[in-house]
Structures are given as structure tokens and as C-alpha cells.
Design a protein around this ligand. Structure first.
Ligand code: SAH
Length: 218
């Protein structure tokens, strides 16, 4: 058993209170964020900041998203117990861990091998057995694992990737930050209907870019 100093527990209490104050109300989502130990997903020199409401740098020039944005997107994704979820952009594996608490199964794709391997090892060590991390280009989705009930993209796309729409079940939700790589991005929620896609624009955000192809660097 790991025990945390009292000040860390205070950080975690404040972390949850801040999420509630900012309007996160879904009990299952709040519980998932309470249960996933964020300090294990940040870089060792940043464990003190683990529960601050900010994005933090991870390896390969990427970031672990801000807790509020993770909570907000998870709430909007409206995951059911029986759902199979696809995530594009594993990064640290934190969002995948949160989703794994709510879904039947999570498949997460990362274009950097280093990040994917670290996230895979970390998720395994922490006991998240229903998450599969794949190295590859998320723009193509995971056709051999499709279809999915829910798809979440955690890097900013300039256009909706058609493969992801294809791999979504009817009635399913695709949630993604949409907008120019250096400009204003918006979380967009697309619901697949039998006639096409319903579209809802949500909050303004700033994400690292969704880039085509598996990364050539490690
Ligand atoms: N969800 C992550 C945060 C991810 S940051 C977390 O909880 O920590 C966005 C990630 O998307 C980065 O790691 C980046 O390498 C990855 N990414 C960008 N474009 C991608 C693509 N086409 N396919 C897969 N991963 C991609």
C-alpha cells in the first residue's frame, strides 16, 4: 500500500471540489477521477503539480490534459458500462484509465512508441486490465477492433477523420477538439444517426495537434 502525505490528500480533496465547482456533476465520472491516481501519470518531477488543474508536459513534447477537460469530456462522452470505447492520443494513459473505470473496454491509439509503451506498462502496473494500447495512426482508427460505442480524440483535429465516423456504431458518440492547430479549438460532439451526424459545439479548448502517421521518432 502506498500512503500519501496529508498535504497530498488535501490536494486531492481540493481537486474534486474544484471539478464540482466548475460544473462536473456526474457521480460516476467524479468517482473515476477520484480513483485514478494522477500522480502516477505525470513525470516524476511534477508529482507536486499532479492535482493542480492544469495540463502538464510529458515525454515526446506532448501533454497530459488538464483534469477539468478530462472530466468534462468524459462526462460529455456519456459512457455506459457495456460500452467499447476508442481513444485517439493515449499520451500518459490518464484519460484511458479514467474511461476504463466506466466502460467495458478501452482501446487507445498513440503515434509515439515511447509514450504507448510507457502508458501500457503504467496501466498494467496499476491494474487497469480492460485497456489496450496500440501504436499507430489514430486517424485510421482501429478497423480490426471496430465498431465502437464511443470515440474520444484527445488531440486537436482540423477536420473530422472519416475513418472514425465509419467505426462508430449508430447512436454512438464521437467527441473531439476541432479547429486549427495553433488557433481556437472547440470540443465538438457528433452523434451518429441513421441519416448522418448530429453536431453539438461545446467548450473552447487548446490541445496538441492530431498529426497524421505514426511518429518517426521514438
Ligand atoms: N489523453 C492523453 C493526452 C494526450 S495529448 C492523456 O490522458 O495523457 C495528445 C496525444 O495524441 C499525444 O500523445 C500525441 O502524440 C497523440 N497523437 C497525435 N496525433 C495522433 C494520431 N494521429 N494518432 C495517435 N495519437 C496521436
Amino acid at each position: 500500500m502506498t500512503s500519501y502525505p496529508a498535504e497530498d490528500n488535501e490536494d486531492r480533496m481540493e481537486f474534486l471540489l474544484a471539478l464540482r465547482r466548475r460544473g462536473i456533476s456526474n457521480a460516476a465520472v467524479l468517482r473515476a477521477l477520484e480513483e485514478v491516481p494522477r500522480e502516477h501519470f505525470v513525470e516524476p518531477e511534477q508529482t507536486r503539480e499532479a492535482y493542480a488543474d492544469q495540463a502538464l508536459p510529458i515525454a515526446c513534447g506532448q501533454t497530459i490534459s488538464q483534469p477539468y477537460v478530462v472530466a468534462y469530456m468524459t462526462e460529455q462522452l456519456d459512457v455506459r458500462r457495456t460500452d467499447r470505447v476508442l481513444e485517439i492520443g493515449t499520451g500518459s494513459g490518464y484519460q484511458a484509465a479514467v474511461l476504463s473505470k466506466l466502460a467495458r473496454e478501452v482501446v487507445s491509439i498513440e503515434r509515439y512508441r515511447t509514450l504507448a509503451e510507457r502508458a501500457r506498462a503504467r496501466l498494467k502496473a496499476l491494474g487497469y486490465t480492460n485497456v489496450e494500447v496500440i501504436v499507430g495512426d489514430g486517424l485510421s482508427g482501429a478497423p480490426d477492433r471496430a465498431p465502437f460505442d464511443r470515440i474520444i480524440v484527445t488531440a486537436a483535429a482540423e477536420k473530422v477523420p472519416p475513418a472514425l465516423v465509419e467505426q462508430l456504431k449508430e447512436g454512438g458518440v464521437l467527441l473531439l477538439p476541432l479547429g486549427p492547430h495553433r488557433g481556437a479549438q472547440t470540443i465538438v460532439k457528433l452523434t451518429k444517426t441513421k441519416d448522418g451526424l448530429d453536431r453539438e459545439e461545446l467548450i473552447a479548448v487548446r490541445f496538441v495537434p492530431l498529426l497524421a502517421g505514426q511518429a518517426r521518432e521514438l
